[in-house]
Design a protein around this ligand. Structure first.
Ligand code: COA
Length: 147
């Protein structure tokens, strides 16, 4: 079968996550190296389903989940997490399409700006985000576990 160099937008369904997607989504995140020891992906999904679940999106191509993005608006900034495209579908426009739909959803909630965090070693993701209009900002990223 020919592998298209780009996935046409009309062949890609970007839709909210459904409960039946869980196993496919977690498998995709593992293949994309997004699952880390200190986060349980199924718990992350359960929590997201409690808050703006319409902004947890999957990309479906020919019946397969090939991408995800989890967006959210905190009343000041929008945030992006778990952006992933299946390794065999990367560089075909899926990440850009997911980000565009996520940004539309944030804009519709009144969100004026999107922030996101990238692990320091992930220069591929930085290159991607810069290419679609994001800039590295002069901030230190800080965090504190609440549970
Ligand atoms: C980052 C990621 C989501 C990009 O997804 P993708 O589907 O391959 O990206 P797209 O094909 O939509 O790329 C969109 C544009 O960015 C460009 N691009 C993609 N990766 C790039 C990179 N590393 N450097 C520069 N440009 C890049 C593409 O060429 C394309 O350009 P065009 O639209 O002008 O033709 C994907 O590489 C991925 O899943 N990585 C592993 C998981 C990850 O690191 N997620 C981010 C966590 S913060």
């Amino acid at each position: 079968m020919d592998v298209p160099s780009r996935v046409e937008r009309n062949e890609l369904e970007i839709r909210p996550y459904r409960e039946a997607d869980g196993a496919s989504v977690v498998a995709l995140w593992r293949r994309c190296d997004l699952v880390v020891a200190w986060n349980d992906p199924l718990q992350d999904i359960d929590r997201k389903l409690q808050v703006q679940r319409q902004l947890f999106l999957v990309a479906e191509h020919q019946g397969q989940i090939v991408g995800t993005v989890m967006a959210g608006y905190d009343g000041h900034r929008g945030w992006i997490n778990y952006l992933a495209t299946a390794p065999d579908h990367q560089r075909k426009g899926i990440g850009r399409a997911l980000m565009s739909v996520a940004e539309d959803g944030l804009r519709a909630l009144g969100c004026p700006k999107v922030n996101l965090q990238v692990r320091r070693w992930n220069s591929n993701a930085v290159g991607f985000y810069e290419h679609i209009g994001y800039a590295v900002e002069d901030n230190v990223s800080m965090g504190k576990r609440l549970r």
